[in-house]
Design a protein around this ligand. Sequence first.
Ligand SMILES: [Zn+2]
Length: 262
Amino acid sequence: MGGLVLARACGVPFISHSCLLLKVPEVGRFRLGVLVGFQPLRLSTNHCKLPARLALPLCSSAQSASPAAHQTAPTSTAFAPKISFCPACGSPTEHRIPKGEEKPRAICTSCGLVHYQNPKMVVGCLVTHKDKVLLCKRSIEPSYGLWTLPAGYMELGESAVEGAVRETWEEANAEVDVEAPFAQLDIPRIGQSYILFRAKLKTPSFSPGVESLECALFNIDEIPFDQIAFSSISVALRLYVEDYKRGKLKVHHGVIDKRYVL
Ligand SMILES: [Zn+2]
């Protein structure tokens, strides 16, 4: 994890060395975010324009984004482990383009089953209590010792909300009421898509689950942005802080590009 993360709003993209630069159009000004992973927030005024192929949308519900703003450059090298053997029958697979399709797939040489690989859904909650945000310090890799929102992979058989509530319980022993969707963030490079919900603690009771060293409520101005585990969580927290300070919570969606890792 870690490295340079670039994100762009639905306007003109900019790049700042070693910084995540977010422009939130409705705010009308640029905001420098974090280099997620391990580097602290650094501010820079030395901006240069990104080439169009790096254009990355980050939009909010309150604005009208043009369809073009949501187009991203192809990321055909998205992370995916190669399927060498058929999960159904155990026979070797061959990788070729099935008839009528455009991408190579793992196809079983025995039973003929085509194995599709798709992005993983990560679901979680941005939990608040008395204007504070609940964060969990990870007790596992990746990003051991860094803070995150309670979130994890969605399981088969559950809805996104159910998964988010489950993860919150597992990581923070916290029972929550989900209020609304908050952010949907795609990370094509690693084949993940985040769905985060706003939620409130049912009771002011929480404690670290097995995947957490500790859990704590943070004031908006005390969120440790230099110690956040994942780019998606950092972006989500910054969006929330911006919303909170404006007094208007929105639903956000966007793309995070991890192609240019330092
Ligand atoms: Zn098979």
